[in-house]
Design a binder for this molecule. Structure first.
Ligand code: XMP
Length: 534
């Protein structure tokens, strides 16, 4: 299958480049800058990403351009463009002031294949400290802004460089630029689609797994559910799924999700282990200790079930591409630890099967739709493995979980019921996340739930405050509502929920949830806060 290679020089937007290329129905792989696959006949083009480094930093990431130059069309973005210019005889210098934010391409060579269909004045997003002050001999400047002379250059044959970021939404014709590169210049056939992924993956799983039995841990989330349905299509009942209820799922979630799985024809063992989890968590308040107990209990319960399936040869997981890119992170910093089912007994000798390992989240959703899965399973927000335990401050009791489940249920229903009309960048973001919505007159209508990445309620059970209800004094707990927008959970912003929505949801929670007399809204972004409170 044709593919574009994106060499990662450590930019924060490298994943976004990958997603944009996939949106062009073209397969791409993001690889560390120094891991170019020299013998891969499927490569049709190469993109060099941005980087936190300057080309002059001693520790800057560098490659030997001869490996790719002249063999494939190359597009350098930001540092990628500066690095190529610097290496091939041009000049890069610190910009007098950091070039950051929206700018306009005041001159563009509209005949250049990279700028087919562009409009003069097109808005682009810049973010760099260095700037190119001379391009290599024989290269041409093909776009400038008022302050950046070499906003884009061309070698005259197969090398292009842009100092702006076509992958971010603020570059309004950025997707067109990437399409010009990927489709017109590299010759992509645009044949990577959910349908083709399902066909090839099911065939590949049949070949790989033969008559073997596979175990998969379900969480009720999108990734593990889509992985299960895909495997079910390939090997039917030789897939056994295990869904553990630790007692801290959302209200009625265990029952509802079990119903969904049955309708989907999955062979699921549901294990109600809540009594064990509550007993082991009793009196424990320290967040990390709570997480450790839950992780340990989970492995124990899962293993006890898995061991009963004595002829299993494989453990399947819903790992997706961003999980792997993060763990390959070339700067060596751990951004997010992963919470997969770990520690299966060695004697079970299971091999790992990860059918979604090449997909981004929005692609997982498209595959789910292709497999006719119900929409509420596909668009479900992410939910942490330890569940509501990381949203209850202090120790955990079934009563606190009950209070939180009731408040959370009211909040999530209200988010689903409240509709908003979006246009421009906001609408494009929602559509790019794989949420189905019809565009009419440049607007889409979606629920608040679909507009945000994740929402939940936190029970501040270590705090009490005074209130008055009827003529009675109350002395109860506050809850905090959390809703964030994000594309990958690594960074997040608090969602600007409408005031009328907040007013009515606050009323509903205080009036209907016994034990809560105050509602707050969490307006912290990540960083410096995190999405979950514990
Ligand atoms: P934080 O709180 O680190 O969360 O900003 C980032 C994303 O990860 C989810 N999360 C978890 N998911 N097990 C999981 O499966 C966990 O222990 C866990 N902790 C956080 C969180 O809900 C958010 O989507």
């Amino acid at each position: 299958m044709q593919k574009i290679i994106i060499l990662d020089f450590g930019s924060q937007t490298t994943q976004l480049i990958g997603r944009r290329v996939r949106e062009l129905d073209t397969f791409c792989e993001i690889l560390p800058y120094n891991k170019f696959p020299q013998d891969d006949p499927d490569v049709i083009g190469v993109i060099l990403s941005g980087s936190p480094f300057s080309v002059y930093d001693p520790e800057a990431f560098k490659i030997d351009l001869d490996i790719i130059r002249g063999r494939y069309p190359i597009l350098g973005i930001c540092y990628g463009a500066q690095f190529m210019s610097h290496s091939l005889g041009g000049r890069v210098e610190p910009a007098p002031s950091r070039e950051y934010g929206r700018q306009h391409l005041t001159t563009i060579d509209l005949d250049n294949p990279l700028f087919q269909g562009f409009e003069k004045g097109s808005q682009v997003w810049m973010s760099h400290g260095d700037t190119i002050t001379a391009i290599p001999d024989g290269f041409q400047c093909i776009a400038s802004t008022d302050s950046v002379k070499y906003a884009a250059y061309w070698s005259g044959d197969s090398i292009w460089g842009v100092q702006f970021h076509p992958e971010v939404f603020h570059s309004t014709q950025g997707s067109l630029l990437l399409k010009n590169f990927v489709v017109n210049i590299c010759g992509s056939h645009q044949s990577w689609s959910a349908a083709s992924f399902v066909d090839t993956t099911v065939a590949e799983l049949k070949r790989q797994l033969g008559n073997d039995r596979v175990i998969l841990g379900l969480s009720g989330g999108v990734d593990s559910s889509v992985a299960a349905v895909l495997l079910n299509r390939a090997i039917g009942n030789r897939l056994t799924c295990i869904f553990v209820d630790h007692g801290m799922l959302r209200k009625n979630e265990f029952t509802q999700v079990m119903e969904d799985y049955k309708i989907l024809g999955l062979n699921v063992i549901g294990v109600d282990a809540s009594a064990k989890f509550f007993a082991d968590l009793a009196g424990v308040s320290e967040p990390e200790q709570k997480r450790k107990i839950i992780g340990r209990d989970f492995v124990e319960v899962f293993n006890a079930e898995a061991k009963k399936i004595t002829d299993a040869r494989w453990l399947a997981q819903g790992t997706i591409y961003p999980d792997r890119i993060e763990s390959l992170n070339i700067t060596g910093k751990v951004i997010k630890s992963h919470h997969n089912v770990g520690g299966l007994p060695k004697e079970m000798n299971l091999q790992l099967c990860e059918p979604l390992k090449w997909l981004f989240k929005d692609e997982v959703r498209r595959v789910g739709r292709q497999l006719n899965m119900p929409e509420h399973l596909i668009t479900r927000h992410p939910f942490p493995g330890p569940g509501l335990a990381v949203r209850i401050l202090g120790d955990i009791t079934p009563e606190k979980v009950r209070i939180l489940q009731d408040a959370d249920d009211i909040y999530i229903r209200a988010l689903r019921d409240y509709k908003v009309r979006l246009s421009g960048e906001e609408a494009r973001k929602v559509l790019a996340a794989g949420i189905p919505a019809q565009m009419t007159d440049g607007e889409i209508e979606v629920s608040l739930y679909d507009q945000i990445w994740q929402a939940g309620v936190i029970l501040l059970s270590t705090v009490r405050s005074v209130g008055v209800m009827g003529d009675e004094r109350t002395y109860e707990h506050p809850v905090a509502l959390r809703a964030v927008t994000s594309t990958d959970a690594m960074t997040a912003d608090w969602a600007h929920l409408p005031y009328d929505f907040m007013a009515s949801v606050s009323n509903d929670i205080i009036n209907h949830v016994r034990g809560v007399n105050r509602v707050c809204y969490d307006i912290s972004s990540k960083p410096p806060a995190t999405i979950e409170w514990e």
